[in-house]
Write a new protein. Structure first.
Length: 571
């Protein structure tokens, strides 16, 4: 998979994870808001509690019901009472209820005119038994109004309250006010008495809004209104829950900030750390350090684990790492090849310099001898000198030609003219030239052509150079008595196989590997018969110009076989 596709998939996956996290966070937030909203609403008015809220706070065991502390506090703060009944109407538990309700049944409860039942809830136990929980109110402010209206001087517009009434007002934190028909307070008593009382306040007494804990009585003759009440105070449980909610919000904000901080560090580590390593790797390559990044302490690769697999943090860059690894390997090989080539070139230059000096010294020496006036040479000696000078000149000419051909091949300037001809005939003529040379009489040359003529398009001059180089090497580097066999074969109508085999000394593996390397010579260059080190390199390039290939099989003491594969070309 390509690196950019890995990045796309990775970022889409991270985006999906982030979306899931935000979705879960929103769901949790909505659930908590709904949960706390219900709680807060219930703390203000127990009649708005859900069945589940009550069910979780009522413990029913063996026909006995008890209420937890929170539910008792809410009932008491809202001036109410609680009772639990069976499905048949039997009361099995109560809290703060009137005395005559501590035992009885639903008939007694419903027939009582003194009770104000606000609401009820259905509770189902694990055994699927159905019970009911009733919440009722004492309506203390209504009773106080009934008591206090008998102790008001309506003519004087004064509250003439009894000490017992004042004590009851004080104990329950109630206040009592007397207002005229214009809404002005003419007299008052109690804690936190309102400074004014308007029409909307009077309407609120008779509505469910704001849960005003107040009751009123209008004295028609004097048009005065007696109001007894108290301002709603926050539930102690609500105060605690508000504190919990505030703390939870702070904790949540801190958690989100920590999460974002950790996520930032995680993203930095996940993406930037590998990138810095890869950038350092590329920088090293630019500086000529062709090695993958390693741990300086252990020397182990920072990219691979102990099993040789790419580490998890680098898997996203697997494609890039593979490319850089391949590039590093190529640069290492090229550096080694360049070093080897440079070393071979230096050796070749030293050898060529010596090879040139030796024939030049011979030519110069014989020329000086021939021109010397101190001695008269006979005709036979002069011919011998001329023959040696000619041989040395031919050797230097071949050396210069090899250098010229090498330059032309390197710059793709060598002219190739391919013409259709019988390749067997070209090889036969080349072999005959070697057989007619008495120098090669100590080697046996055999030619085994294909049964049919092999006609293809090739350059006669350069193909003959190919065969001459290969046969000459087989003759030069093998001892007397070596049999050299040249054979040709046509595979169907597409391929020509040419083999040059000998049963001579063979070559070691290193020589075979560098046999076609330019400037490489397997023998000492100080030997004047060792050649220029360019012949086989030129041979390989000439074969490639004919769209062919060459391979070598050799082993020390077992001879050498060189195989050439050429396509059959029309032109």
């Amino acid at each position: 998979m390509k690196t950019h596709k890995r990045f796309i998939i990775q970022f889409l996956f991270q985006l999906f994870i982030l979306f899931l996290f935000l979705l879960v966070l929103l769901l949790i937030t909505f659930v908590l808001i709904a949960y706390f909203s219900e709680r807060v609403e219930t703390f203000d008015d127990l009649t708005k509690a859900s069945d589940l809220f009550i069910e979780n706070r009522v413990n029913i065991d063996e026909e006995t019901a008890t209420f937890d502390q929170d539910l008792q506090v809410l009932a008491e703060e809202q001036d109410g009472w609680l009772a639990a009944l069976t499905e048949e109407g039997e009361i099995i538990g109560s809290f703060h209820a009137p005395d005559h309700l501590t035992a009885g049944n639903l008939t007694a409860v419903s027939s009582s005119n003194e009770l104000d039942i606000k609401t009820y809830w259905e509770v189902i136990t694990l055994s699927e038994q159905v019970y009911y929980v009733i919440f009722g109110s004492y309506n203390s402010e209504v009773k106080l109004v009934e008591e206090l209206k008998e102790h008001v001087n309506w003519q004087r517009q004064k509250l003439e309250l009894l000490p017992s009434s004042k004590q009851e007002l004080d104990n329950n934190h109630y206040w009592a006010i007397l207002i005229n028909d214009s809404g002005s307070i003419v007299d008052s008593y109690g804690h936190d008495v309102p400074s004014s009382y308007h029409t909307d306040d009077l309407l609120a007494i008779h509505s469910d809004q704001n849960r005003q804990l107040a009751s009123s009585y209008v004295h028609q003759p004097s048009q005065l209104t007696l109001i007894v009440g108290k301002e709603p105070s926050p539930s102690s449980l609500k105060i605690n829950y508000d504190r919990v909610i505030n703390n939870s919000v702070i904790v949540g904000i801190v958690f989100i900030l920590l999460f974002l901080l950790l996520a930032t560090f995680w993203y930095v580590k996940k993406f930037s750390s590998p990138l810095l390593t890869l950038m350092s790797w590329i920088q090293n390559l630019g500086q000529g350090i062709y090695q993958p990044p390693t741990d300086q302490r252990t020397g182990q690769s920072v990219l691979l684990n102990k099993h040789g697999n790419t580490k998890r943090s680098y898997r996203l860059y697997k494609g890039l790492i593979a490319t850089l690894t391949q590039l590093t390997t190529i640069l290492q090989e090229r550096e080694a090849e360049q070093s080897r080539t440079s070393r071979s070139r230096e050796e070749w230059i030293r050898g060529i310099s010596h090879d040139l000096k030796t024939p030049l010294a011979s030519i110069q020496g014989y020329a000086n001898m021939m021109e010397a006036s101190d001695y008269s040479w006979n005709e036979e000696e002069i011919r011998e000198f001329a023959s040696i000078i000619g041989e040395k000149s031919i050797y230097m000419k071949e050396l210069i030609e090899d250098l010229n051909v090498t330059y032309q091949l390197k710059n793709q300037e060598l002219p190739i003219v391919k013409e259709r001809a019988n390749i067997n005939e070209c090889i036969r003529r080349t072999i005959i030239q070697f057989m007619n040379n008495p120098i090669h009489n100590n080697k046996e040359l055999r030619f085994q052509p294909a049964e049919q003529d092999i006609v293809t398009a090739f350059d006669h001059k350069w193909f003959q150079r190919i065969m001459e180089n290969l046969i000459a090497n087989a003759i030069k580097y093998n001892p007397a008595g070596t049999i050299i066999t040249i054979s040709t074969e046509q595979i169907e109508q597409h391929l020509i196989v040419i083999k040059i085999s000998d049963d001579g000394v063979g070559m070691d593996r290193e020589t075979v590997q560098h046999l076609f390397t330019r400037y490489y010579r397997g023998t000492n260059t100080t030997d004047t018969n060792s050649g220029t080190g360019l012949g086989l390199a030129i041979t390989k390039q000439l074969i490639e110009l004919h769209n062919g290939s060459i391979s070598v099989q050799s082993k020390l003491g077992s001879g050498t076989t060189i195989r050439i594969l050429l396509p059959i070309l029309e032109k």
